[in-house]
Each structure stands twice: as C-alpha cells, then as structure tokens.
Design a protein around this ligand. Structure first.
Ligand SMILES: Nc1nc2c(c(=O)[nH]1)N[C@H]1C(S)=C(S)[C@@H](COP(=O)(O)OP(=O)(O)OC[C@H]3O[C@@H](n4cnc5c(N)ncnc54)[C@H](O)[C@@H]3O)O[C@H]1N2
Ligand code: MOO
Length: 420
C-alpha cells in the first residue's frame, strides 16, 4: 500500500486545523501610515495615551447652564439666565468674572464645557423668536436633567486602556480609533508571502484572445484577490503546463520567494494531474491527499522545507470552497491574526437539496434574515464547474453527508461570505 492509500481522509474542519497547526504566525513587524493600515494585522496592543473625549465637551448646539439655577423653572415661574459669552469648538471661554449664579453661555457641539456648568440645553428648547429678540439671555419654562448633552472627559475610553489587542485585523473602525488618538502610523505584522500557481494546458490568462478548447484562468485571479483581502502579499504565476517538470520548476521558484504556495488544478486522479508528482519530485511530504468535502474533494496539501503547499482543485467552486474553508484560516493565522478560525452560523434551509453525498457538501447559497430568523437558500444547478452562482452567493450552506440530502426547514450550518 502506498503512503497515500493509508493516509486518513480528513474533514474540511480537520484539514483546516492540520494546516493551521503547521503555520507559524508572522513575528516580524513594521510601522505603516494609517492610509496603508487597512487589512493589516496589529502587531502590538494599542494602549490609549489619553482619555476620550480628551476634555469635557458639548454634544449638541445650545446653552450651558447650572442645573441648580433652573431646578425650580416651570411655566408659571420661568427662570431667566444671562448669556455671558460664546464657546465654539476649538476654543475655550475665558471666565473673567467670578460667577455666582444664573449665568449661561452659548455653546456649540464639540466645544469645551467649563466646570462651572453641568447641563446643556439644546437650542431647539428655546424659541427662536426669543433667542433673536433677547440674545443676551435665555428664559426657561422647565427644569432639565443634570448632565444632559455633556460628554465627560474619558467617558468613552479611559487613558491607559488596551482598546485594540495585538492580532486584530485593522479595518476602517479600528483606524478611526487610532486616528482619534493621534497615531499617524501603527505597528503591523509583515504580510505573509504567498505564491499562486494555476496549472493546466487549457488555461489562458485574461487579456489574450480566446482560442479553441481553451478557457480563461479564473481561479488564480479569484485566489489572488482573496489572498489580498486576507492580508497576504501575492506572487502570481502565469498558467503552468500539465508537465511534472514545469510544475516542479514553478514550485522551486515559488519556494525561493514565498512562505506558502497555492497550486490550482491538476490534483485529481487523471493521467495529466501532475501536481502531486511534482510536489514529490521537489522532496515534499503529503499531509493529506483528499478532503471529505464536495466540491473540493481532491484538495491536497504537502509540506516541504518548512513551507506548505496547498493544492486546490480546479473546478471554480471547488477552488473557492478550498479557499474559504482551508486557505482563509491558514493565511489569517500566518498573518498574525489571533481570531483566524471560520465562524459558522445556523440557518433554516429555504429549499430542499435532493442530492445524496457521501461527504459534506458546501453549497453556494443566498442567506438572508427574515425578522430574527436566518434563512439559507441553495442556488440551483450548483455544479462544481459552474460560475453563475458567484454572482449571487453570500454563504456556503453546509449539507451533512447522507443518502437523502436535506429537507426544506432543516437547520443547517452556513459560512457567511462577502456580501452577507
Ligand atoms: N475519475 C474521476 N474524475 C474526477 C474526480 C474523481 O474523483 N474521479 N474528481 C472530480 C472532481 S470532484 C474535481 S473538483 C475535479 C478536480 O480536478 P483537478 O483539481 O485536478 O482540476 P483540473 O482537472 O485541472 O480542472 C478541473 C476543471 O476546472 C477547470 N479549471 C482548472 N483550472 C482552472 C482555472 N485556473 N480557472 C478556471 N477553470 C479552471 C478545468 O478546465 C476543468 O474543467 O476532477 C474531477 N474529476
Ligand atoms: O471537488 Mo469536485 O466536485 O468536488 O468538483
């Protein structure tokens, strides 16, 4: 028996765990400007250097008052306060006189609120006529809640708080936090370097004229795009011929420049599927030679010289499933991301799947919320080689193995995709 025949077949989850367990997270870091930080992984905890907001400030346009001064205000006994000045965002109010009581100031959103005042009355609460006729005073016909519309210094985030932890993927939200604290640049992990090698005599790179019996290489472009989204730096190979030496040469070149290699196609059982032979020829050890999933059953992985080769199968949906289920967690872990495992949701199947399968199926589907219930509708004619489903799918529905497929109304797991 060959090593491959004795090799245990893994589920998609086990295969992802196997790959992740062999990946060393990125350790090297560099500082990048905020405009380059989106999609990068934070290499150190970010501790806030000052409180947020940094000073006590107005949350609305209006008037600041002391709640004590207006506690008794009512329609029959209105309270009149003189307006001693104006406080704009970006400037304070110099308090020249020593105030005792019944003083107010005009204030605008974002302006500092001196300690003297504890409540802000929105300008809409004071009739416009009255404000025009008597700009030097305001008249109030009711009391207002103490502290209203005033944001205290540090009420959002305290100074010295670890507000973003190492290993977090930076997106617009996190970049807003960093910028709010004046950080012009941030320490991020270096991107893992990943080579993408499409294999197949039939493949043409987009941009070339379509010739008989050939197809355009879609998968490597899909893979490169996904890897870039996941924070990798990608070395994109042109399609390689179905020959052991050509594939082996590409693998050797990729090893010299990349930490991880992804091949696409040529990994099944046909006489011209040479990826495994080429991987063997360069001295790699197989980790698994198929995965209990469909599409993507022929997905394989090899280890060589402390690097992984992940070989995705050529059908576009199989390549895609391999990318989402196996490559995504592996790349995220390699990039230094702490939260790298796929998260599945539970949803109700909106239509039956009357196709049996000895292995788990991952069906391109449309998931949508109806009220508080998540429904998942499998796209029809989801054949491995079809690409139309990519235009609509926002989830992969997980259909357990068995003779009966799955019935409408059944609860199934689903993996959310872009657009969910
Ligand atoms: N006798 C058997 N035949 C097949 C089996 C099997 O178990 N027994 N498995 C089938 C399954 S499942 C799949 S998936 C495919 C996978 O084969 P490969 O991974 O070796 O991929 P190829 O044969 O190279 O290509 C399959 C298909 O996809 C097209 N392709 C390939 N690369 C690209 C690309 N970069 N962009 C777009 N399309 C691509 C290729 O032209 C083929 O049509 O094997 C089944 N056969
Ligand atoms: O991996 Mo193939 O279906 O499973 O196309």
């Amino acid at each position: 028996m060959t090593q491959i025949e004795t090799m245990q077949a893994l589920t998609a989850h086990e295969a992802a765990n196997c790959l992740c367990s062999l990946i060393d997270p990125q350790q090297s870091s560099r500082r990048v400007g905020l405009h380059e930080a989106s999609g990068r992984v934070l290499a150190e905890d970010f501790t806030t250097p000052f409180p947020m907001p940094p000073f006590r400030r107005a949350a609305m346009d209006g008037y600041v008052v002391r709640s004590l001064d207006i506690a008794e205000a009512c329609p029959t006994h209105p309270v009149t306060l003189s307006v001693v000045g104006e406080i704009k965002a970006g400037s304070g109010l110099a308090l020249h006189e020593h105030f005792n009581e019944r003083k107010s100031a005009r204030i605008y959103t974002g302006a500092p609120v001196p300690e003297y005042w504890d409540t802000l009355i929105v300008q809409e609460a004071i009739p416009q006529e009255q404000r025009k006729l008597h700009p030097g005073s305001i008249q109030l016909h009711k009391a207002f809640r103490q502290g209203e519309h005033i944001a205290e210094a540090g009420e959002d985030i305290a100074a010295g708080a670890v507000v973003l932890a190492r290993g977090k993927v930076l997106s617009a939200k996190e970049i807003a936090i960093l910028a709010s604290f004046g950080q012009a640049n941030v320490s991020v992990y270096k991107k893992p370097r990943v080579a993408v090698i499409p294999v197949g005599d039939e493949l043409l790179s987009p941009g070339n004229p379509l010739t008989p019996y050939h197809i355009y290489d879609a998968n490597s472009h899909m893979t490169v795009a996904r890897l870039q989204e996941l924070g990798a730096s990608v070395q994109h190979f042109s399609p390689v011929a179905d020959r052991v030496d050509a594939i082996a040469d590409a693998l050797i070149l990729a090893m010299s420049q990349s930490d991880l290699i992804i091949t696409i196609g040529g990994v099944s059982v046909g006489d011209y599927d040479f990826v495994a032979k080429a991987a063997e020829a360069i001295g790699s050890v197989p980790l698994f030679r198929k995965v209990l999933m469909r599409p993507g059953k022929p997905t394989s992985a090899f280890s060589v010289d402390h690097r992984l080769i992940i070989s995705l199968s050529g059908n576009p949906s199989a390549c895609f499933a391999g990318l989402e289920l196996l490559v995504k967690p592996t790349i995220l872990k390699a990039a230094g991301c702490v939260d790298y495992e796929n998260r599945f949701l539970q949803g109700t199947l909106a239509a039956e799947i009357n196709k049996s399968s000895p292995v788990t199926r991952f069906v391109r589907s449309i998931a949508c919320w109806q009220g508080d219930r998540l429904f998942v509708e499998p796209l029809s004619r989801d054949r491995s080689g079809n690409i139309a489903a990519f235009a609509h799918a926002n989830a992969l529905a997980v259909i357990p193995p068995g003779a009966r497929g799955a019935v409408k109304g059944e609860m199934v797991s689903l993996l959310p995709l872009a657009g969910f």
